[in-house]
Design a protein around this ligand. Structure first.
Ligand code: PGA
Length: 238
């Protein structure tokens, strides 16, 4: 089971350090749960400092470029992340696809380069509301997943775009159905993302084909992030 907090463009270095200091021992309280935080680039080192050298919490970036270095203004490479102690990266988040021209092909390139360099990868897929209403959910997921490499350090996050940041969590039936479908396409563990909160985490994490969660808004508050990790520990123990 994996619980990853996607902080998006929240928390500067100081706040990242405070938050991470508070959760540094969380893994010892949630057996069978890997805990990950994904701060903005400028706050990665703050988070790592707050965790210290002996915490089992991992720090991932929110994106990573496919080249090792070069004239790519605004981008960060996998070796640069590894050098400071970052152990993974999200790729293909729907906000990057919708707002920053990320495509299936660039998602593939980012994921392949990150894995090759030694990072873990959370590759995000998910349909928009219009695609779901048009009956295209499975076609969209099939296409997106076909660009996701197979690797032991790769995890997929199913995040229906209409459930992200909206408070509209997909029903457990909808989540299970989508996850079971993705399971037929790829062998990686599958996280659910989209308005996961302490109140709904238990029901979602208990589903047969849910292997964890990618949490946005509810990961910004340490109390609610801890509660979701505890719910994951309970799902593992059940
Ligand atoms: P949310 O975001 O939990 O705020 O809906 C999830 C995500 O974007 O990963």
């Amino acid at each position: 089971m994996l619980i990853a907090g996607n902080w998006k463009m929240f928390k500067g270095a100081h706040e990242a350090r405070m938050f991470s200091t508070r959760i540094r021992n969380l893994p010892s309280r949630v057996h069978g749960v890997d805990v990950v935080v994904c701060p903005p680039f400028a706050s990665l080192q703050g988070a790592l400092q707050g965790l210290g050298s002996d915490s089992a919490v991992h720090v991932y970036a929110q994106s990573v470029h496919w080249e090792l270095e070069g004239a790519f203004t605004g981008e960060v490479s996998a070796p640069m992340l590894l050098e400071i102690g970052v152990t993974g990266a999200i790729v293909g988040h729907s906000e990057r696809r919708q707002l920053f021209a990320e495509t299936d092909e660039t998602v593939r390139r980012r994921a392949e380069a990150a894995l090759e360099a030694g990072l873990a990868v959370i590759a995000c897929v998910g349909e928009t509301e219009a695609e779901r209403e048009a009956g295209e959910t499975e076609a969209v997921l099939s296409r997106q997943v076909s660009f996701v490499p197979r690797h032991e350090r790769l995890v997929i996050a199913y995040e229906p775009v209409w459930a992200i940041g909206t408070g509209r969590t997909a029903s457990p039936e909808t989540v299970q159905e989508a996850h079971a479908f993705v399971r037929t396409l790829h062998q990686a563990p599958i996280l659910y993302g989209g308005s996961v909160k302490p109140e709904n985490a238990g029901a979602i994490l208990a589903l047969a084909d849910v292997d964890g969660a990618l949490v946005g808004g509810a990961s910004l508050d340490p109390t609610s992030f801890e509660a979701i990790c505890v719910a994951a520990g309970e799902a593992v123990a059940a």
